[in-house]
Write a protein that binds this ligand. Structure first.
Ligand code: ATP
Ligand code: MG
Ligand code: MG
Ligand code: MG
Length: 476
């Protein structure tokens, strides 16, 4: 089943069941606490928080998402992209736990003729929050999932909150058993690559009090209106329905790998390292095109920096695969053609997207060689003195003068067996920002909105470096 068909079936299924179809929001979150949209619920947040009365009781969407914190996983696990699409169904004070569970089961296991995805029910495993007896009972007694395929997990994976006072509640996740070729048995609690998570159901039923983080807070009581928020990864379901081993091998991603092969002569499936690079290129080019499509331009802060990191990493992986000239033009074209079916605006925005992408590639290629030389000599110096850590100064110089995003430096240093003093790097970045702020104040430009923008950008920039607290709060 093609990705576009998975999406159509999703929306039709929920539309037929009284849900309003809501188009994907832009990846640029309309929310000062977030750089980019990491989950399908973000556009509905004001309804869940009770700030705005929802115009419907049920909604469904297929939301474009970017998760920068997953960047390290890309190409290494089979199931993490920086860009993916989250299919969701939402209930605002309408149906709750039993309704959501029944819909999930019906859609996943329903026959193709009935509009379902026809997954084999015996391959589905369920996790519930360890104290959520009700969810377990529904899966077991109402749906009929055998007790041995339901596992209880703790708060980390199976309890959701936004990290601030407001709604919170347990989750229940549906996983698909891909079989023994993906490793040991024992369910999702033991092996999350074999039992791949496809769908997360969040039951917002409690009011959360003050406290920090994901686990350390008080539950004040029940919410007056209980809500449902679910998310299913479209690419993960495509991977299963298309019978491929990896989300980068599905219809919309595979063509990008093929284009990268054509440009480098390196076939997919030849060697572990080149396969990882091909998957990184496929993912990162898709992410770049979708970000530029939504109006992000490469820069040194905030979302511009996310885009820059991702695009430069794609270009460098193409170099590792042996490309010597420019490659971005053809890769962008391939991504646009593979995604335009679902996002027609990519075609109408083609010229702008290509111009931005080509300019970024050109800027990077100009400094890549010189920066690589600087890095290589810094590595040699460090090794000559018996060190194992590249200094923060060097990482900062590479960033500031040669346009090397920090994870590029990390990656290139690691390839030569060195770590990087990231704390030192962050300190220098912070100092630089403070200097810039002081300069701006000294100039007394008096542009109040610019100041507000700076503050948001600074906060966002800091978030990007310090473990992604904000985006992680959204990740359920
Ligand atoms: P995982 O545990 O596999 O990292 P998650 O628990 O972080 O997934 P959720 O936050 O529950 O994911 O998001 C809902 C759904 O979105 C997941 O069940 C999965 O299908 C999909 N998803 C999440 N992260 C990614 C990603 N990086 N790439 C592709 N799909 C994803
Ligand atoms: Mg999970
Ligand atoms: Mg999850
Ligand atoms: Mg995750």
């Amino acid at each position: 089943m093609e990705s576009a068909e998975i999406r159509r079936r999703w929306l039709r299924f929920f539309e037929e069941r009284g849900h309003t179809v809501v188009p994907s929001a832009s990846l640029i979150a309309d929310d000062p606490t977030l750089l980019l949209v990491p989950a399908g619920m973000v556009p509905f947040k004001p309804y869940f928080l009770g700030e705005v009365k929802p115009p419907y009781e049920r909604a469904t969407s297929v939301q474009k998402c970017v998760r920068t914190p997953d960047i390290e996983e890309v190409g290494k696990t089979t199931r993490h992209g920086t860009f993916f699409q989250m299919c969701g169904n939402f209930s605002f004070g309408d149906y709750f736990k039993e309704g959501a569970i029944k819909y999930a089961w019906e859609l996943l296991t329903g026959s193709l003729a009935d509009g379902g995805y026809a997954l084999d029910p015996e391959r589905l495993w369920i996790t519930v929050y360890e104290q959520d007896d009700e969810a377990e009972r529904i899966w077991r007694d109402v749906i009929g999932v055998p007790a041995e395929r339901i596992q209880r997990l703790g708060m980390g994976p199976n309890f959701w909150s936004m990290g601030v006072p407001g709604p919170c509640g347990p989750c229940s996740e549906v996983h698909y058993d891909r079989g023994p070729e993906f490793g040991v048995e024992g369910g999702p609690a033991v092996n999350d690559e074999r039992y791949v998570e496809i769908w997360n159901l969040v039951f917002m039923q409690y009011e959360r009090g003050e406290g920090t983080g994901k686990e350390d807070f008080e539950i004040l009581g029940d919410l007056p209106n209980k809500n449902i928020d679910t998310g299913l990864g479209l690419e993960r379901l495509a991977m299963i329905l298309q019978g491929v081993q990896n989300m980068f091998e599905i219809d919309t991603s595979r063509v990008v790998i093929e284009k990268a092969t054509e440009l480098t002569g390196i076939a997919y499936g030849k060697a572990h390292d080149s396969d990882v690079s091909l998957r990184v290129v496929s993912d990162h080019m898709r992410t770049s095109v979708m970000l530029i499509g939504d109006g992000v331009t490469p820069g040194n802060e905030g979302r511009g920096y996310v885009l820059r990191r991702i695009m430069r990493r794609a270009v460098r992986n193409m170099r590792l695969l042996g490309a010597t000239g420019p490659v971005v033009g053809e890769l962008v074209d391939t991504v646009i053609r593979s995604m335009a079916d679902q996002y027609p605006e990519l075609e109408s925005e083609r010229e702008r997207i290509e111009t931005v992408a080509l300019a970024e590639e050109a800027a990077f290629l100009k400094t890549l060689k010189a920066g690589t030389n600087i890095l290589d000599s810094a590595v040699s110096e460090t090794k000559a003195t018996g060190g194992t850590v590249l200094t923060g100064d060097k990482a900062f110089l590479l960033h500031d003068t040669w346009g090397f995003p920090i994870d590029l430096t990390l990656e290139m240093a690691a390839e030569q067996g060195l770590a990087v003093d990231q704390d030192g790097f962050r300190r220098l970045m912070k100092e630089q920002r403070e200097r810039a702020k002081a300069d701006a104040r000294a100039k007394k430009t008096g542009h109040a909105d610019m100041g507000a923008y700076r503050e948001i950008a600074d906060r966002a920039g800091a978030t990007e470096f310090t473990g992604y607290a904000d985006t992680e709060g959204e990740s359920r």
